[in-house]
Design a binder for this molecule. Structure first.
Ligand SMILES: Nc1nc2c(ncn2[C@@H]2O[C@H](COP(=O)(O)OP(=O)(O)O)[C@@H](O)[C@H]2O)c(=O)[nH]1
Ligand SMILES: [Mg+2]
Length: 473
């Protein structure tokens, strides 16, 4: 077995970095580079990481040329803390060594390179630590998938759901369902043997049991709609007249000059997405071209795009210039002003705006109409309140409460397939049953749940699952 190593923290400047090794070379690495021949389990050591002395090469497991003394020699790359987790009581089931060097990539790279020079140590692939944990039976496939989701989750609710699955909250009920199905199929098979004597097996007592399995599976399948939503970060589309301050609002929210802002109306022609972190999760803010009287063909196209964005929005925000400049518009009523008061006027827009803002509260002559939150993108007045309201309206209906939901297409498909088999079996039981076929259907249903848990899996499926992970996890 090769030993894998990876940087578990993002490459960049940080207080500390975490380098992780898993495999049989951990003890050799500690002896050669950290000067520790004997390692206590889960003990925090502090010491110097040294390059092995030139000429002698690295210590090879089983090599007679192990360094004579316990202390490594050679140039010190860093003084750091490290912890040894002996297998099988580790996250991967193998020996694991964690190093916590200072977070400077110049030094982290040198340590990593030194580790890679050690015999039978190579860089870990994406998700390989988690995969080894799965393959050694530490966690099942649902839990392994949830580890990936825990890292990539974009909302607090998604994090919580993933945490529960990692802790086994979804595996336990699924294992119970699998057991119930296996039990039923075994009993049916027994009946197959007895069927010659007993012409009429008693299905009446089995139907309710199978029905309850069916109901559980149906509940899991229904929950997937929420689970899929949970994984996605909501889209917040910012709309309003040209020059209302939409782009400025987004810049002020993300505290960056991300978007081009100018006093020339029609500066934003295309829609642009910017990620904003709110207390409950990440949202995609979508800046759009202003809606107003088109002055040219390009304008019309830009507005068409805005309307299309509006249709894909989870939440729409209307921004209006709160100074007199924004309301006059040459005397003509603003073509979309009806929208701001909640009346759907844009074709294809059925939903009202969740939040309405009056911008430029720092300018003289400012007035916020009824139901509009006054904000200034210049002084940032009102923006804190806007963030709070946005957070509340975006995430209000996205929670799953105490439910634990399936979050991947793979999980959903396995549950649906199991459910279909159970349904076929139930249908058979109510009619004129051929016992062999019933037993087969139920065994197949159990098989889908085993696949879901990773008790039956192929390299292809595993490859697909773990390739979505980051390296170092
Ligand atoms: N004083 C002041 N000016 C603003 C504010 N928001 C936007 N502006 C100005 O209004 C003009 C139009 O802003 P912009 O963000 O490009 O509007 P958009 O067309 O809706 O994207 C620019 O000159 C901005 O500097 C604000 O809150 N206060
Ligand atoms: Mg703009």
């Amino acid at each position: 077995m090769e030993t894998i190593v990876a940087l578990s923290t993002p490459p960049g400047t940080s207080g500390l970095a975490v380098l992780r090794l898993s495999g049989p070379a951990c003890r050799g690495v500690a002896k050669t580079h950290l000067g520790r021949g004997a390692l206590q389990a889960r003990h925090v050591y502090y010491g110097a990481f040294r390059v092995a002395p030139s000429g002698t090469g690295a210590w090879k497991p089983g090599s007679p040329f192990a360094p004579a003394q316990d202390n490594a020699s050679g140039e010190i790359l860093d003084r750091l803390n490290f912890v040894f987790f002996p297998g099988p009581a580790s996250s991967t089931g193998e020996d694991v060594l964690e190093l916590y060097p200072h977070g400077n990539m110049l030094l982290v790279d040198r340590i990593l390179k030194t580790l890679l020079d050690f015999p039978r140590v190579r860089l870990a692939g994406p998700g390989e630590f988690t995969r080894r944990g799965f393959e050694s039976g530490k966690i099942d496939l649902l839990q392994a998938e949830a580890v990936g989701q825990l890292i990539h989750a974009q909302t607090v609710e998604a994090v919580r759901n993933a945490q529960r699955i990692v802790a086994g909250a979804l595996s336990a009920p699924l294992k119970a369902l699998r057991d119930a199905l296996v039990d039923l199929s075994v009993r049916l098979e027994l009946d197959v043997d007895f069927s010659e004597e007993e012409a009429d097996p008693d299905y009446a007592s089995w139907v309710p049991r199978l029905e309850s399995v069916q109901a559980e599976l149906a509940k899991l399948a229904t929950g997937f709609a929420k689970g899929r939503d949970l994984a996605r970060s909501p889209r917040v589309v910012i709309m309003g007249a040209p020059n209302a301050g939409k782009s400025s609002l987004i810049n002020a929210l993300v505290d960056e000059d991300r978007l081009l802002v100018s006093e020339i109306p029609g500066t934003t022609r295309d829609y642009v997405e910017v990620t904003l972190r709110l207390p409950s999760g990440l949202v995609q803010l979508v800046d759009t071209a202003g809606l107003g009287r088109p002055v040219d063909g390009l304008d019309e196209l830009a507005m068409e795009r805005t309307r299309r964005q509006s249709e894909t929005a989870d939440v729409r925000v209307w921004v209006q210039d709160g100074t007199s400049a924004g309301t006059e518009d040459g005397g003509a009523p603003h073509p979309f002003s009806a929208l701001a008061s909640g009346v759907p006027a844009v074709p294809g827009t059925e939903q009202a705006f969740v939040l309405r803002l009056a911008s430029k509260s720092d300018l003289p002559g400012f007035h916020a109409p009824e139901g509009f939150l006054p904000v200034s993108n210049r002084t940032r007045a009102g923006l804190r309140e806007f963030r709070e309201r946005l957070d509340a309206s975006v995430f209000r209906d996205r929670g799953v409460g105490e439910d634990i939901v399936l979050t991947t297409e793979r999980q959903f498909r396995a549950v649906m397939a199991a459910r279909e088999r159970v349904e076929t079996a139930l249908h058979g039981m109510r009619g004129k049953p051929a016992i062999e076929i019933l037993a087969f259907e139920i065994r197949e249903a159990a098989g889908y749940l085993q696949e879901l848990l990773g008790e039956i899996s192929t390299d292809e499926i595993l490859g697909k699952i773990f390739s979505g992970f980051c390296i170092g996890k």
